[in-house]
Write a protein that binds this ligand. Structure first.
Ligand code: ZN
Length: 176
């Protein structure tokens, strides 16, 4: 496996809409290796999710997952995902992005979603997700449409560097 180079904000690859991945391609060594490399890259940089355009691959897929005793996310691969909100509840919470290093901002997102996608074996998966998992899935699916989390912010008042986040916001956030 290898660690891939992550595209940073300003790179046009992050603004492209990714074409659907042909299901016949999913089993190929190229795609299987890409998925493994994306997991390795995500873990190397302590990310929670990583979408193919972030590693310069024009493919409609992302990986996500994080170990966290306070509620993690099991490893998931989503190919050609389609996200649909359930209900109208919106919640604002902090997001960061491996393509926008050391910056955080608060992003409103639907709290409950329904997702349809293919898994890494090409099998259809349907799931519902809430809260943190729903937020990660929406963030990563946005990458496949060339959308970054800044685009979803209701206001830039909360935009903060990581160091200032830890100094001024993290404590307040935890006590919410
Ligand atoms: Zn991101």
């Amino acid at each position: 496996m290898s660690i891939l180079k992550v595209a940073r904000m300003g790179n046009p690859v992050l603004r492209r809409r990714m074409p659907p991945l042909d299901p016949a391609e999913i089993a190929t060594p190229a795609v299987q290796r890409l998925i493994d490399d994306m997991f390795e890259t995500m873990r190397e940089y302590a990310g929670i999710g990583l979408a193919a355009p972030q590693v310069h691959e024009d493919r409609r897929l992302f990986v996500a997952g994080v170990d966290d005793p306070d509620g993690g996310l099991p490893p998931i691969v989503m190919i050609n995902p389609e996200v649909e909100p359930i209900g109208v509840q919106i919640e604002e919470d902090w997001e960061g992005c491996l393509s926008i290093p050391d910056i955080r901002g608060r992003v409103p997102r639907p709290t409950d979603i329904r997702v349809r996608a293919l898994d890494r074996h090409g099998a259809p998966q349907r799931m519902t997700a809430q809260g943190f998992a729903a937020r990660v899935i929406q963030h990563e699916t946005d990458h496949l449409d060339g959308v970054l989390f800044f685009d979803r912010m209701a206001s830039f008042d909360s935009l903060t560097f990581l160091q200032e986040y830890e100094r001024f916001w993290d404590e307040a956030d935890r006590s919410r």
